[in-house]
Design a protein around this ligand. Structure first.
Ligand code: IMP
Ligand code: MG
Length: 192
């Protein structure tokens, strides 16, 4: 860890900073080049899984010059826990027609794989011309269902992270960096 990555002066609830704002920006730019290399100049439809992928999607889209359409899908979240509880549910589905369209599905993090497997299945039923998946973070070691993304920003270890769209109980999404939440804040006692 470099001094720059120390969270001591950043947010008191973070144990450490995993990726600084600058590191994220650099990786988002290079990811956009990887995406461009696959799609060329063609149009595609971005499907962003909200809320988590909001910041990532907004920044990535601005690096992409292709004509794009945007839709969002809302999936039930963890609630106030750090471990995925049961089966994710679709809270709000797609609005755009994706039949015969090239779809790029975007999420903040690929963890157990359940969320992306669910949304992938839903989109495939709508007969898109193609479906590819882009995630900012990939916790490969935590997979419960086999699922791999086509584009991955960073592979990370099994740590609960917040910031840059990622939340704990809906907080910390606005942090410009991605950091590890202090252990004592991850499971607040019932009375807290
Ligand atoms: P999966 O269905 O287990 O792959 O989980 C995907 C979703 O879980 C993501 O879209 C996030 O909302 C959430 N998630 C997984 N790991 C983390 C984390 O470390 N911090 C915050 N949210 C997470
Ligand atoms: Mg999420």
């Amino acid at each position: 860890m470099t001094l720059k990555k120390s969270s001591a002066n950043f947010h008191p609830d973070l144990e450490s900073v995993m990726f600084t704002e600058g590191e994220i920006k650099t990786r988002v730019k290079s990811l956009s080049r990887e995406i461009k290399a696959v799609y060329g100049d063609g149009e595609f439809t971005i499907v962003s899984i909200i809320n988590g992928a909001v910041l990532f999607t907004a920044d990535l889209m601005r690096e992409i010059e292709n004509p794009v359409r945007l839709d969002c899908i809302r999936i039930s979240s963890y609630g106030e826990k750090t471990q995925s509880s049961g089966t994710p549910q679709i809270v709000h589905s797609l609005t755009l027609d994706v039949a015969k369209r090239h779809v790029l599905l975007i999420d903040d993090i690929l963890d157990t794989g359940k969320t992306l497997a669910l949304v992938d299945g839903l989109i495939r039923k709508l007969n898109p011309a193609s479906l590819r998946v882009c995630v900012l973070l990939d916790k490969q070691g935590r997979r419960e269902v086999p699922y791999e993304a086509d584009f991955v920003g960073f592979k990370i270890p099994d740590k609960f992270v917040v910031g840059y769209g990622l939340d704990f109980a809906e907080r910390y999404r606005n942090l410009p960096c991605i950091g590890v939440l202090k252990a004592e804040l991850q499971n607040p006692p019932e009375w807290a």
